[in-house]
Write a protein that binds this ligand. Structure first.
Ligand SMILES: Nc1ncnc2c1ncn2[C@@H]1O[C@H](COP(=O)(O)OP(=O)(O)OP(=O)(O)O)[C@@H](O)[C@H]1O
Length: 244
């Protein structure tokens, strides 16, 4: 079976004695964009880190199915997870401001498999984001927030993603740039045939590109919606995100 999906079942995770995620389950079907809605401190980043192998869950399972092969991610190193094509665009972007656009992009291809495909992926990044080609020699620290988000997405592309995780891409961006960033994620997804999990607190912008969604409150999934329309109708979403 073609396609790449992620299945998270009943995970508990946290930091030492601090238990953040409590029995969290999520399905990220092949070819879909799933949004994980949650305000600050509710565990979105902790979930992303758990998938990436940066934190080891104390219970539950995280399984990726990649072109028909199911692989257990718990216990894998972050490098091994990236090698499988599961790539994170971290909150705050974490770029190297004193390096150029092209240097930042090249650093995305640090793993052996990605390094072999570097030239092709660099060309693809420039084709998908022509502005990065124009600005390839510019220092990233001198770029706008929206342009930096483009660099962060381009850098993820350099790791040859199959499943893309994006942690709060709207942070620190003006509203118009948030909308543009959502469009960039949607473009990258359709162009590369990705499966996407995006953590966000900007409900209005996130639902524009989401096929389905979850709401996380205090490390617990409170609500799951099969469609953007269903999210709009949920009481919890209406209270927290729509102020109704
Ligand atoms: N390294 C850490 N050690 C201890 N507690 C942590 C650590 N990192 C995060 N936490 C706590 O875990 C909880 C969830 O944090 P997390 O970063 O996952 O939330 P979030 O939904 O991504 O919010 P934000 O948008 O603020 O990052 C918070 O209460 C936070 O204080």
């Amino acid at each position: 079976m073609a396609g790449n999906s992620l299945e998270i079942e009943g995970i508990d995770a946290g930091y030492g004695a601090v238990r953040v995620l409590q029995s969290v389950s999520l399905s990220i079907p092949a070819g879909q964009t799933v949004v994980l809605l949650g305000t600050n401190g509710n565990g979105k980043t902790t979930l992303m880190r758990s998938i990436m192998g940066q934190i080891r869950p104390t219970a539950g399972s995280i399984r990726a199915t990649l072109d028909g092969t199911t692989i257990d991610l718990v216990g894998k190193s972050p490098e091994a997870v990236v090698d499988l094509g599961i790539v994170l665009v971290p909150e705050g972007r974490r770029l190297f401001p004193r390096l150029t656009v092209e240097q930042n992009l090249r650093l995305g291809a640090y793993r052996t498999t990605a390094r072999a495909a570097l030239a092709g992926n660099l060309a693809l990044a420039y084709e998908l984001f022509p502005r990065l080609a124009e600005r390839r020699a510019q220092l990233v620290g001198s770029m706008s927030g929206g342009e930096q988000q483009m660099v962060a997405l381009g850098r993820a592309l350099m790791s040859a993603p199959r499943i893309l995780l994006v942690d709060e891409p709207s942070v620190g961006l003006a509203p118009i740039l948030v909308a543009r960033t959502m469009e960039m994620i949607a473009e990258m997804k359709s162009r590369l045939g990705l499966t996407v999990l995006m953590a966000e607190q900007n409900f209005h912008q996130a639902v524009r590109i989401a096929d389905r969604g979850y709401v996380i409150v205090h490390g617990h999934i409170e609500f799951e919606a099969e469609s953007a329309a269903a999210m709009h109708e949920n009481d919890l979403v209406r209270q927290i995100y729509l102020g109704l």
